[in-house]
Design a protein around this ligand. Structure first.
Ligand SMILES: Cc1cc2nc3c(=O)[nH]c(=O)nc-3n(C[C@H](O)[C@H](O)[C@H](O)COP(=O)(O)OP(=O)(O)OC[C@H]3O[C@@H](n4cnc5c(N)ncnc54)[C@H](O)[C@@H]3O)c2cc1C
Length: 306
């Protein structure tokens, strides 16, 4: 088995940037990722805060990041890491397709997955009307009535994007008011297709072959209300994708990997984390990219002394 200097897990902004920096330091590197772009693929409206691009779609930014990475001398595997362990001073990585890899250092940049609703009917109707990526699934809902669950920025941006395609969009928010930025609230108000319902607790998703309704409780009156919808977009936040490092590193109360913010190193020598997966605040593309660069340079310093 070839022993890599470095294995990077994740192909979002943090992992891709780490890959570019590692290759430029001439570190023999393997990057393993389930997909390219990570959460950027879920961005429903244009990105306007990544320096150098006044406005760019998530898909366009991902294409550019992946192209930049593929220009480097780096090995790439499309796979899911299921287990990571350290024996002696080497790391052992196992993947979903039963491949095994070995390295002297690792950067975990596996980011975050959408948080599920955990209501009856959700799992049953995934891919049959329940979706977690508006940009990916919206074209299936031309002229349909749909619901977006969650009134944060992601929820309102999903509704704005859906308003170009769907007939009617409900936003269901648990709290007394939506938590999205003022600018997104104004944009939603301008589209006549979006209706915000606050104080809702989602109870159940129903359908036959495909979703046809949802039931929520009005938290003021405690009445259960059935809302006929053909699709449900889940935008209730994210959770760190950490299952494969359980038992190896320390986590905070949000299940984020605790790192030294100067280096990105975890409590395990040679094991670094970068991007949304770690406990550094402000989950943004530019921060994830910066952390990827920092972790790769720290890994380089670690490898010099290996
Ligand atoms: C809807 C939405 C809108 C957003 N809008 C903005 C915005 O406008 N501006 C901004 O700056 N930020 C925005 N963000 C936040 C931004 O997308 C994240 O901060 C950023 O993507 C984090 O990058 P990352 O590389 O740390 O993780 P991710 O983007 O989550 O990438 C993680 C990568 O790891 C891979 N992976 C996960 N688990 C495994 C595994 N076990 N094995 C192998 N690979 C794995 C995934 O496939 C993915 O490629 C938004 C996020 C969302 C959800």
């Amino acid at each position: 088995m070839e022993i890599y200097d470095l294995i990077i897990i994740g192909g979002g902004p943090a992992g891709i940037t780490a890959g570019i920096y590692a290759a430029r330091q001439k570190i023999n590197t393997l990057l393993i990722t389930k997909s390219f772009g990570g959460q950027v693929a879920r961005k429903a409206v244009a990105i306007k805060n990544y320096p150098g691009f006044e406005e760019i779609s998530g898909m366009e930014l991902i294409k550019k990041l992946e192209k930049h990475l593929r220009k480097q001398k780096i090995d790439i595997e499309r796979d899911e890491v299921t287990k990571l362990k350290k024996i002696g001073n080497h790391f052992f990585v196992q993947t979903r397709s039963k491949n095994r890899f070995q390295s002297k250092a690792v950067i975990v940049a596996s980011g975050a997955d959408p948080r599920p609703l955990e209501v009856p009917g959700e799992k049953e109707f995934i891919g049959k009307g329940v979706g977690y990526c508006t940009t990916c699934d919206a074209p299936l809902f031309v002229n349909k009535t749909v619901a977006v669950i969650g009134g944060g920025n992601a929820g309102l941006e999903a509704a704005i994007f859906l308003s170009l395609i769907a007939k009617k969009i409900y936003i269901l928010e648990y709290g007394k008011k939506v938590g999205a930025d003022e600018i997104n609230q104004e944009r939603v108000k301008k589209t006549k297709k979006v209706e915000i319902i606050t104080n809702t607790a989602l109870k159940r998703i129903r359908g036959n072959q495909f979703v046809n309704s949802l039931i929520y409780q009005d938290r003021k009156t405690r009445k259960n209300i059935t809302l006929p919808v053909g699709g449900i977009f889940v935008e209730v936040g994210s959770q760190p994708a950490t299952s494969f490092v359980k038992g190896l590193v320390d986590f905070n109360e949000k299940d984020e990997i605790i790192v030294n913010p100067k280096t990105g190193e975890t409590r395990i020598p040679g094991l670094f984390a970068a991007g949304d997966i770690d406990n550094v605040p402000y989950k943004q593309i530019v921060i994830a990219a910066g952390e990827g660069a920092k972790a790769a340079l720290s890994a380089y310093n670690y490898l010099q002394k290996f």
